[in-house]
Design a protein around this ligand. Structure first.
Ligand SMILES: C[S@@+](CC[C@H](N)C(=O)[O-])C[C@H]1O[C@@H](n2cnc3c(N)ncnc32)[C@H](O)[C@@H]1O
Length: 190
C-alpha cells in the first residue's frame, strides 16, 4: 500500500499532478472496480485508459495488462511502481494515449475508464464508448466507467444515455463520494 508520504516522494521525482497523492484506500470506488474485475471468469487482457499511477491496474489479476494515459509523467511513475511491486512480471505495459482521439488497438476482456471522463462532453463520450464496445471488447467482456452527480464536475453524465446504443447488460455499484456510480457494461455472446 502506497502511503501519502511515499506518493509525495514519487511526485518530487516524477513531477506528476497533485491528485495522485490520494491513496487507494481513500478511494473505495477503485476497490469496487478491482473486486468486480478479479471475480470475472474471463481474465486474459485488460486495458485501463486514464490509468494514473496504475493503482487499479497493479491489483488486477489478468494475464496481460495495458495502462494508457495522456500524461507521460504518471506513466513513468506507474511503470516504475509496476516493476518494483512485482519485479518478475513482464505482463504490464504502459503507453501514452489520449482518449478518444487515439484509437485503441486490439480486443480486451475488460476496458476501464474511471475518475476522469467527467471532462468529456456527453456526445463525444458516448461515441468513444460505442467504439470501444464495438471494436475492442471481446464477447462477454466488460466495459467499466463512472458517472458522477456533483456540480463541482464539468459534466454529470447520464449512464442510460451513454449506453443507449449498446446491446449489453448493465449493473451499477455505488453511490460513492460525489454521487459516483461505477457502471459495469457486459457484452453478450456475439
Ligand atoms: C484522476 S486520475 C484517475 C486514475 C485512475 N483511473 C484511478 O481511478 O485510480 C485521471 C487520469 O486520467 C488521465 N487522463 C485524463 N484525461 C485523459 C484522456 N483524455 N485520455 C487519457 N488519459 C486521460 C490523467 O492524466 C490522469 O492520470
Amino acid at each position: 500500500m502506497l502511503s501519502k508520504g511515499v506518493r509525495r516522494l514519487l511526485r518530487a521525482v516524477f513531477g506528476f499532478n497533485e491528485w495522485h497523492i490520494a491513496t487507494y484506500a481513500g478511494r473505495p470506488y477503485a476497490k469496487s472496480v478491482v473486486d468486480e474485475l478479479n471475480a470475472l471468469q474471463q481474465r486474459d487482457r485488460v486495458v485501463e485508459i486514464g490509468c494514473g499511477l496504475g493503482d487499479i491496474l497493479r491489483r488486477l489479476r489478468f494475464e496481460h495488462k495495458l495502462g494508457l494515459d495522456q500524461d507521460t509523467r504518471v506513466l513513468n511513475a506507474a511503470s516504475f511502481l509496476a516493476r518494483i511491486s512485482n519485479p518478475g512480471s513482464g505482463n504490464t505495459l504502459f503507453q501514452r494515449a489520449a482518449f478518444p482521439d487515439q484509437q485503441l488497438v486490439g480486443k480486451f476482456d475488460a476496458i476501464v475508464l474511471v475518475n476522469w471522463i467527467h471532462h468529456l462532453a456527453p456526445e463525444e463520450l458516448r461515441e468513444g464508448l460505442n467504439r470501444l464496445f464495438k471494436d475492442n471488447l471481446n464477447s462477454r467482456g466488460v466495459l467499466v466507467f463512472d458517472v458522477v452527480a456533483n456540480e463541482s464536475y464539468r459534466f454529470n453524465h447520464d449512464w442510460q444515455y451513454l449506453t443507449s446504443e449498446l446491446d449489453c447488460r448493465t449493473r451499477l455499484i455505488g453511490p460513492f463520494e460525489y454521487g459516483r456510480n461505477i457502471v459495469f457494461v457486459q457484452k453478450g455472446d456475439s
